[in-house]
Design a protein around this ligand. Structure first.
Ligand SMILES: Cc1ncc(COP(=O)(O)O)c(C=O)c1O
Length: 722
């Protein structure tokens, strides 16, 4: 489908108006009019379960407001004309015969008089009301009306009833076909117009005492029911109701800076040059910092050049994609500012993240609030800051957005599209199943929300580029379904999941997930010439944060134990643990190698130790009193001393971000030092791998609970700190 051919977006003014009516403060207004009092009395006399939820007065208010909106919008310019036509048709002199009336007022269809759609043509139901088209005919109507020659008022009443029945029949059938969802009622702008026309004209009849008010009472509450259901679901969110925001819709524009201007960032973050991002050079910088600044706690070294290289690589390999950095992965100001200067956007998941981006002077238009389930405070933040895009995957979220009057915020439908090989999957928690798409599109349409695109997340650390291809294909399917509901989608969000480690040549290692396969899938499924306006974004988190960051944690305690075998076992206590960066061990499957920075002055390993290659079984504990706070267990390594540092390279993803200050240990305040590694290269050389690096033989963290009392006794390992 060509972009140009897609239908214009419509606003469901009806639902707006209905909601306004439903929550109107006028509810308590006195019913002044005598007729209204009578009506109210009639309603009160009805059995309780038969009573309509809304009084005629309320419905009238709603309809009046809808009419006002219609007039203002100019979308339904021909409405007045239609109503006039309806009224005119309804006012035919009783003296004229049915046939005369028919000849006079109707235009025949297909050139023949017999098939003309008479009055229903006045409502345009034959053209647009779906079922009514086939089932209504002049003859049906004639028969239904019982022929000509009636009094004008009985004719109008009967005709009104006939039309009401036709419309209701059509609605019911539509509803049955759509599992109870009133999809086709307002599927197209024309149908919406018709619905308005019907309601308005019926209202005219009601006012003139010519139509059965019960019909209006039935019809409108059907629509209202959907809204009311939503309001009920959002109980507790009332405080989020606020005035409409007046934001204009703005597409993501990729403001690519002419030239990446690093100077400002260098000054702001005091970025120091180092020769390369290799472990040797990072370690040298760490030693300088430790010695010069007398550091004695956890700190991070962040290479902003690596961030730049990662950005350039992604843009080169997937040129159609604009990365929106997933701030949650590492909300580091230096990384964010660098990416912003490069032209990236941002995926924020909360009010806090949105405010951080804004605080850094970045335009709100660069943000997608990509959390499919938002807290009240996040909903308020969307309105307050005018966030333009957010994701959703449920009806409930649509109702929340609607109740919070967030109609200006464009919606991106998150679908489930898991890579089964990904390290961390999100499918159980987020993403709509394909079977639920019609329901979501329908509800959004009814609520007048604007769905502009589709997003997915195949899972973090994806190892299968074909998972992206499948997801892109599914997204296209949703685009097409959306078209039938009047949604003109032009945003495709590929989510995150990419890894960004440097290989031996200093290039980014794409072996886990080949970008060219994703780029090709985009070109195959959304060919550029057919989708010139399609915006494609991605939400890489790990990709940008993992390899630029090295965490350094100091050894501040040591305990020597002689095991039953006579071998030594060392316990070390370092300044960072599971409540700090190593929360990544629990939540993110963090498995990082470690390097030692000896406090021997020049940072080198003690000669003797190195020469002898002496290693001891060692366990490294975090700083809290929790005995589960164990970073690595029973790993063979060189002896450490208090004041030495353990360096964990490539560990910026979901580490610093998840730290907390448990036990009063301020892990969230770990200091950060920025560097600019001149040369890109792998973290460590083969020689380093052989000599200094120690890789935990077991998963870096096995919670202490996993150690049975028996194994502990046989190991001769003491219980952890209490
Ligand atoms: C919606 C969303 N987008 C992007 C990301 C970033 O994922 P990754 O770090 O795997 O790139 C996440 C991670 O939780 C996410 O939930």
């Amino acid at each position: 489908m060509n972009d140009e051919e897609r239908p214009p977006r419509r606003q469901s003014l009806l639902t707006h108006a209905l909601l306004k009516g439903a929550v109107s403060d006028d509810d308590e207004d006195e019913v002044e009019d005598e007729e209204e009092l009578k009506q109210q009395k009639r309603i009160e006399d009805m059995d309780e379960e038969d009573q309509p939820e809304y009084s005629m007065k309320e419905i009238k208010t709603v309809l009046e407001e809808a009419a006002e909106d219609i007039e203002e919008s100019g979308i339904f310019d021909d409405l007045a004309e239609n109503i006039e036509e309806i009224v005119r048709v309804g006012s035919f002199k009783a003296s004229s015969s049915w046939d005369e009336r028919r000849e006079g007022m109707l235009s025949p269809r297909g050139g023949g008089g017999g098939g003309g759609m008479n009055i229903t043509n006045g409502f345009r139901t034959n053209a647009t009301m779906g079922h009514a088209e086939n089932e209504s005919s002049a003859d049906d109507m004639k028969e239904n009306l019982g022929g000509g020659g009636r009094s004008s008022s009985s004719f109008r009443r009967k005709r009104s009833e006939y039309l009401s029945n036709e419309v209701m029949k059509s609605l019911r059938e539509d509803r049955q076909e759509n599992n109870g969802y009133p999809t086709p009622i307002l599927v197209t702008e024309e149908q919406l117009t018709d619905a308005f026309e019907v309601i308005n004209s019926l209202e005219t009849y009601v006012e003139a005492g010519e139509a059965d008010p019960d019909f209006v009472e039935q019809f409108v509450p059907e629509e209202l029911a959907v809204i009311v259901k939503g309001l009920a679901e959002t109980a507790g969110f009332e405080e989020t109701l606020m005035d409409d925001t007046q934001q204009d819709a703005i597409d993501f524009e990729e403001a690519v800076p002419d030239e990446f201007n690093f100077e400002e960032i260098r000054k702001t973050f005091d970025v120091q040059p180092i020769s390369s991002r290799s472990m040797d050079d990072v370690r040298e910088r760490c030693l300088e910092l430790v010695n010069d600044m007398r550091l004695e706690d956890t700190f991070a070294v962040i290479d902003l050049h690596a961030v730049v290289k990662l950005y350039e690589h992604l843009k080169k390999r997937m040129p159609r994609v604009t990365p929106h950095y997933a701030v949650k992965c590492c909300p580091d100001r230096g990384i964010i500012s660098t990416l912003a200067a490069l032209g990236a956007g941002f995926d924020c998941a909360s009010q806090g993240e949105v405010e951080l981006i804004k605080e850094l002077g970045i335009d709100v238009d660069k943000i997608i609030l990509a959390h499919a389930v938002k807290r009240p405070v996040d909903l308020r933040c969307i309105a307050e800051h005018g966030v333009k895009f957010t994701t959703f995957d449920s009806e409930s979220e649509l109702h929340k957005m609607f109740a919070a009057r967030l109609n200006e915020c464009k919606l991106v439908l998150r679908i489930k599209a898991d890579d089964p090989m990904a390290k961390i999957s999100f499918g159980a928690k987020f993403g709509a199943h394909m079977d639920d798409i019609p329901k979501l599109l329908s509800t959004a349409q009814l609520l007048g929300m604007d769905i502009v695109g589709v997003s997915f997340h195949v899972g973090s650390s994806s190892r299968n580029p074909n998972a992206y291809r499948n997801a892109i294909q599914q997204a296209k399917d949703v685009f097409q379904q959306g078209y039938h509901y009047g949604f003109k989608m032009n945003l495709l969000d590929l989510g995150g999941g990419y890894t960004g480690l440097f290989d031996q040549t200093g290039n980014i290692d794409e072996s886990p997930c080949d970008f060219s396969i994703i780029a090709k899938a985009l070109d195959d499924i959304f060919p550029k010439d057919q989708w010139p306006k399609l915006k494609i974004i991605a939400e890489p988190g790990r990709y940008f944060a993992q390899s630029p960051i090295t965490i350094a944690s100091m050894v501040y305690g040591k305990r020597e134990t002689v095991k039953a075998s006579g071998d030594l076992h060392y316990d070390y206590y370092i300044t960072d643990g599971l409540y700090g960066c190593f929360n990544g061990v629990i939540y993110d499957g963090l498995e990082t190698p470690a390097y030692i920075l000896k406090s021997t002055g020049d940072g080198s390993m003690p000669e003797l130790e190195l020469r002898l290659g002496l290693q001891h079984e060692s366990t490294i504990w975090g700083p809290t009193c929790d005995s589960a706070d164990c970073v690595m267990r029973d790993t063979m390594m060189t002896e450490l001393n208090n004041g030495d540092y353990v360096l964990f390279p490539d560990s910026g993803a979901y580490t610093l971000a998840g730290s907390c200050d448990f036990n009063g240990i301020e892990a969230t305040k770990a200091r950060k030092f920025y560097v600019w590694g001149d040369r890109m290269c792998p973290t460590c050389t083969v020689e380093q791998l052989d000599s200094e690096l120690f890789l935990p033989l077991k998963p870096p963290c096995e919670l202490l609970q996993h150690i049975t009392p028996e194994t502990r006794a046989s190991d001769g390992v003491d219980a952890g700190v209490e």
